[in-house]
Ligand binder design. Structure first.
Ligand SMILES: Nc1ncnc2c1ncn2[C@@H]1O[C@H](COP(=O)(O)OP(=O)(O)OP(=O)(O)O)[C@@H](O)[C@H]1O
Length: 231
């Protein structure tokens, strides 16, 4: 099933925040369609790793491939093209508050080169259906709950059919019931073929939605095999 090129692959990668070394000699791959949790204590390097993979931090040493882009050779001008092949979901929703759900999504499509109005309309309808928010297309962000706003962010990340979603504590600000609904949505998206790498502190979610777990610990990334996942 996973015979294709991995969607993420790191070899001897060293993850820095400026001159501070955060993670040493990172090696792992994520196959197309895989679901992977990323865990680790506060400050262990989860966000730094994700930011490196979506080219918000430079990879200063080692090799990384993401969605067929060589992160170690990436130029500034390549970043928008990489970002069209991946989706990014943060804890803070970062929607434009002065425009509707539809216009938030349309903005991204236009910014990534879409021009055909009918295609844009149908793609927006598709992603909103995927996250269960079809009826909210004309609402403003403030008319939506936190969980609904996060769904719009997920829909936005799906617009360009990414090979992988990078999610950094996507349920960090949400209550447990809403978090579980959001996790279900991520699983449905994953079942439809998109790989997911999700940083989380929420072990309940890992127990409810078992998947592969990578752990940032003592400056390294290790494959977690213990069923308890405890820190
Ligand atoms: N802009 C920065 N400049 C220098 N060091 C930073 C910067 N941002 C984070 N760090 C440091 O890098 C290390 C890793 O931080 P990072 O945010 O990646 O951890 P994390 O595992 O995502 O933590 P959390 O779970 O709290 O989000 C920490 O020691 C942190 O203090």
């Amino acid at each position: 099933m996973f015979s294709e090129t991995p969607v993420v692959s790191l070899q001897n990668a060293f993850i820095y925040q400026d001159s501070k070394l955060v993670l040493t000699d990172v090696n792992f791959t994520i196959n197309k369609g895989e679901f992977v949790f990323l865990i680790g204590r506060t400050g262990s390097g989860k966000s730094s790793l994700l930011r490196t993979l979506y080219a918000d931090l430079w990879l200063q040493q080692g090799y990384a491939n993401v969605a067929e882009f060589e992160i170690h050779n990436l130029k500034n001008r390549d970043i928008p093209f990489l970002r069209r092949k991946i989706g990014i979901v943060f804890q803070d929703f970062q929607l434009f508050t002065d425009r509707s759900v539809n216009d938030n999504l349309k903005f991204v499509l236009q910014a990534t080169g879409w021009t055909d109005k009918a295609r844009m309309k149908s793609r927006i309808a598709e992603v909103l259906m995927q996250v269960g928010l079809s009826s909210s297309i004309d609402k403003m962000p403030h008319q939506l709950s936190g969980g609904e706003q996060q769904r719009v962010v997920i829909a936005r990340a799906l617009l360009n059919e990414p090979q992988i979603l990078f999610a950094d504590e996507p349920t960090g600000n949400l209550d447990p019931v809403v978090s579980e609904q959001i996790l279900k949505t991520f699983h449905e998206i994953n079942r439809a073929g998109t790989a997911i790498l999700m940083a989380t502190h929420d072990f309940d979610m890992i127990r409810k939605f078992p998947a592969r777990v990578l752990k940032c610990e003592n400056g390294a990334v290790i494959e977690q095999t213990s069923p308890t996942y405890g820190l």
